[in-house]
Design a protein around this ligand. Structure first.
Ligand code: PLP
Length: 339
């Protein structure tokens, strides 16, 4: 029986300290130490740590859910491991083995099981990190790395129906540059979006839509989520150019849209002006799964405006969230049991 006092009905997306976190260390060309499970809490690192000075680090994000039958499941954790591996290569950090990653996450979820919300009350958000924690004064890869994973219970993204979000296309700030690190979950990618996002909120929008840095014309992402729209009955999303983060939700949506809904899907450059021709639009990521877009404006001019959730958007949301909770057939083997 759980001895943890959490108000399951009032969880939000915020940090709740839990029981244990997982940690392992590695020298630049050495092997990772066996993963240790230690009490959740502060860590001590050198003031000259690579992550503190030069932002050498990345994160991942996934969640554990409870099913109707009280099983505990993860969604495609191997994809997070692979994406982390790609990020480690780009950021000159040693790779953390994929099988070890999945094994560690499962063990950590079990150890913090008292913090996993009941069925449909939210999820246990899992946040793995890899960062340069060795001391280095010059700009170069750190001599030592830390793999750290912590978890936190979070509430369901939508409480009582999906809510439509209001977005603003901006052209004076970009998220990622060609040949930069936009395609990996580098910690340093996220701070540059905070100022435009804050400004958009002050203007009454939920988030910004970033355009590509080279042409300042093609849609890239919505804050830190992938973008989709329906144009002439074709589910359309920006192609992965290297500046767009390859979302696992994005990939899952493309797959089920083709296989289960028999939809035509296109991954291509989307000129921002094309949103005027869209019948539906949404953004996606682990947190909300799918978040329907109500309106899109550019320089105060509304280019897309809907007052209800689109049919394809709703169908994809229901289908994907049911697969994730084992309430719909999963021919892909995406869902993995922890318990
Ligand atoms: C994490 C992230 C996403 C969504 O990825 P998922 O794997 O679906 O959670 C999209 N865009 C950015 C910039 C991200 O960091």
């Amino acid at each position: 029986m759980s001895n943890v006092l959490i108000d399951w009905d009032n969880l939000t997306f915020s940090i709740t300290p839990t029981k244990e976190m997982a940690i392992s260390k590695c020298s630049i060309d050495g092997k990772w130490t066996p993963v240790e499970y230690i009490p959740y809490g502060n860590i001590s690192i050198s003031p000259a740590a690579g992550i503190l000075n030069y932002g050498q680090g990345l994160f991942e994000g996934l969640k554990a859910l409870r099913t109707k039958n009280n099983e505990v499941v993860l969604f495609r954790p191997i994809e997070n491991a692979k994406r982390m591996e790609a990020g480690c290569k780009r950021l000159c950090m040693p790779i953390f083995p994929s099988e070890e990653f999945v094994k560690t996450i499962k063990e950590l979820v079990k150890r913090n099981i008292d913090y996993l919300p009941p069925y449909k009350k939210g999820s246990l958000y899992i946040r793995p990190l890899i960062m340069g924690t060795g001391a280095i004064l010059g700009v170069a890869p750190a001599p030592e790395y830390t793999f750290l994973t912590y978890v936190s219970p979070v509430g369901p993204y939508f409480k009582g129906g999906m809510t439509l979000i209001k977005l603003e296309i901006i052209d004076d700030y970009h998220r990622a540059a060609p040949n930069g690190t936009g395609g990996v979950k580098a910690a340093s990618n996220y701070v540059s979006g905070m100022l435009p996002s804050k400004r958009a909120k002050e203007r009454g929008y939920s988030e910004v839509i970033f355009l590509d840095a080279k042409h300042c014309r093609y849609i890239e992402e919505v804050g830190a989520a992938n973008f989709f729209c329906v144009i002439n009955d074709i589910l359309t999303t920006p192609r992965l150019t290297g500046t767009i983060l390859p979302g696992i939700t994005r990939d899952s949506i493309i797959t089920i849209a083709k296989d289960k809904l028999n939809l035509k899907v296109e991954e291509r450059d989307i000129d921002y002006k094309e949103v005027s021709n869209a019948s539906e639009a949404f953004c996606c990521g682990t947190g909300a799964v799918i978040s329907p877009i109500g309106s899109i404006a550019y320089k105060n001019e509304v280019m897309f405006n809907k007052n209800q959730v689109g049919e394809i958007t709703k169908t994809l949301y229901d289908l994907l969230t049911k697969i994730q909770r084992k309430e719909e057939e999963d021919p892909y083997g995406w869902v993995e049991n922890v318990i």
